[in-house]
Design a protein around this ligand. Structure first.
Ligand code: HEC
Length: 126
């Protein structure tokens, strides 16, 4: 009886120490890829040519094209979400006319946080 209780306590502490503390690592493949497909790809792919791609050359199709950015250069600064254009425009912090997805409602706050956290964690192809 007593040892059962002790075991319960120990395993509970183990669970807490293993899950708590370190922030979840965002995955490009599991978290970011589906987000881009759902909210951006419609306008940001070269073929079929989306309006966003046509105007900026920004394609969300692959990790490489995402990191290349627009014809003016990168929109992601790995490790620096605050100064990454992609984060400020989806969060509506840039000129509100530029808010993405263009001419749609804003992304859900959760998705904004996920994208922002991925950039802050280094925008890795993980
Ligand atoms: C309904 C179409 C549409 C959707 C959906 C869309 N975009 Fe765009 N995007 C555009 C257009 C059009 C432009 C160019 C005109 C402008 O900058 O407003 C653009 C421009 C951009 C730029 C360049 C901004 C700059 O100032 O250089 C980025 C970065 C961008 N989009 C990211 C995204 C991301 C990320 C998503 C998904 C969350 C997204 N877009 C969804 C149409 C769209």
């Amino acid at each position: 009886m007593r040892s059962g209780l002790a075991f319960g306590l120990v395993s509970m502490l183990w669970l807490v120490s293993c899950s708590g503390g370190k922030p979840t690592e965002i995955s490009f493949g599991k978290d970011i890829r589906p987000l881009l497909n759902a909210y951006c790809a419609e306008c940001h792919t070269p073929a079929p040519t989306g309006v966003g791609y046509a105007q900026t050359q920004f394609s969300t199709e692959t990790y490489e094209s995402l990191m290349r950015g627009t014809q003016l250069g990168p929109v992601i600064r790995p490790g620096d979400a605050k100064n990454s254009i992609i984060v400020s425009i989806i969060a509506g912090k840039a000129d509100p006319r530029l808010r993405m997805p263009h001419a749609r409602g804003p992304l859900p706050a959760y998705e904004i946080n996920v994208l922002s956290a991925w950039v802050a964690q280094g925008a890795k192809n993980n």
